[in-house]
Design a protein around this ligand. Structure first.
Ligand code: SF4
Length: 132
């Protein structure tokens, strides 16, 4: 699949399509139907813009093919499950921000704990016998 059109969804200032795996690799296999979709969707698992692609397909209500690693049936289920979502791009961006914010807080806490241990070790008198 080669994606060349511009999106009307989301507020991203960069064009995610330039990083799409299917732009450079053979993505034509993503346009299969029925059960074959479950077999080929793994192609998207290595795509760096999988979330953006899925959000685009949901916002535009694209009915055919694999988008963001999701089959047509899966995307229909997502749309049915969240009928009040006006912008999937916005929703997924918020979820990503929350995830990385929580991850950053966790990393900061771990770094603080490590620094605390290091401070304790530095403050511990060195046994003269150990130093020789
Ligand atoms: S997630 Fe799949 S369909 Fe979407 S851009 Fe990436 S490779 Fe293409």
């Amino acid at each position: 699949m080669t994606v060349t059109t511009s999106t009307s969804s989301g507020n991203s200032t960069w064009n995610w399509r330039v990083a799409a795996r299917c732009r450079t690799d053979d993505g034509d296999g993503l346009f299969v139907s029925g059960a074959a979709q479950r077999e080929v969707r793994g192609f998207c698992s290595a795509c760096p813009v999988r979330t953006e692609c899925l959000a685009y397909a949901l916002d535009e209500q694209i009915e055919f093919g694999i988008w963001g690693g999701a089959t047509e049936r899966e995307r229909r289920a997502m749309l049915r499950a969240r009928p009040n979502v006006r912008s999937w791009a916005g929703l997924l961006a918020e979820a990503r921000l929350a995830h990385y914010t929580a991850e950053a807080a966790s990393i900061r806490a771990a770094a603080a704990a490590a620094e605390e241990v290091a401070t304790e070790v530095r403050a511990t008198p060195v046994d003269a016998d150990v130093m020789g």
